[in-house]
Design a protein around this ligand. Structure first.
Ligand code: FAD
Length: 213
């Protein structure tokens, strides 16, 4: 666990704007997260959970606790021969997850290649590109309910996904749920989505691997 007072936020966002946070805590497990939240010195403080800071702009310093997940576990939790379900923890860099799928010949995430950010935020933002949104892959989201300290799970339907939108962005729920892991369904056989704009032309060409790009 990392706990830093008067934290320099400029390295925590892609804009690198100068700003500071009163505290920053990075946790490696749900137990550590729970103990940070239970700590009396943080109990009354404003809180903000960040990922890679690629959809965040700090225009001034944050007088509160910034949380970040360093949980990076990944495992296959189901495989019915046609599809697999991969459980990925919130601190994994999103593109590392996509790369893992590509390397494992698992299909479905490739259109979302190179989107900046981490797994946790992917399920908040419903990231999307080239005709695919991550809601098409999400089966289940695990989260810590900061009101009860209990773990909760949401099905994709329960996440109420819309365009770059989800239940987790509802003003009355903002900050309540800290996403700890996301379950994604990937396919063993190619299911390319090539209906979007210039991707239509790819029907005519040989697919490149990343090393050939
Ligand atoms: C150059 C560039 C290109 C981009 N291209 C695309 C694109 O093609 N498609 C697209 O959809 N987006 C795109 N984005 C936006 C960005 O990649 C996404 O919004 C991404 O999901 C942000 O991830 P992050 O980890 O950086 O989250 P952050 O910016 O750190 O946080 C985003 C939101 O998620 C919340 N959050 C983060 N982690 C958690 C957690 N574990 N639990 C609960 N809440 C959490 C934060 O509080 C915040 O509200 C782009 C951004 C940049 C800078």
């Amino acid at each position: 666990m990392l706990l830093i007072q008067d934290f320099d936020l400029s390295s925590a966002t892609t804009f690198h704007l100068p700003a500071r946070a009163r505290w920053m805590a990075e946790y490696d497990s749900v137990d550590q997260l729970r103990s940070i939240l239970a700590d009396s010195q943080f109990a009354t403080m404003k809180r903000l959970h960040i990922g890679a800071g690629s959809n965040l702009l700090f225009t001034k310093s944050f007088d509160g606790l910034v949380l970040h997940s360093a949980m990076k576990g990944m495992s296959t939790v189901a495989d019915d021969g046609e599809s697999v379900i991969i459980r990925a923890e919130s601190g994994i860099v999103w593109d590392d997850f996509v790369q893992h799928c590509v390397d494992s010949n698992l299909y479905g995430a490739e259109n979302l290649s190179y989107i900046p950010g981490e797994v946790g935020a992917s399920a908040v933002q419903n990231i999307g590109a080239y005709g695919v949104e991550v809601k098409d892959l999400i089966v289940k989201v695990e989260a810590l309910d900061t009101f009860t300290s209990g773990m909760v799970t949401f099905t994709a339907d329960e996440c109420r996904y819309g365009y770059r939108d989800s239940l987790f962005k509802r003003p009355d729920l903002a900050g309540r749920y800290i996403i700890t892991a996301v379950h994604y369904r990937l396919w063993h056989t190619p299911r390319y989505t090539l209906d979007y704009g210039p991707l239509k032309e790819l029907r005519e060409v040989t697919y490149l691997t990343r090393s050939e790009e």
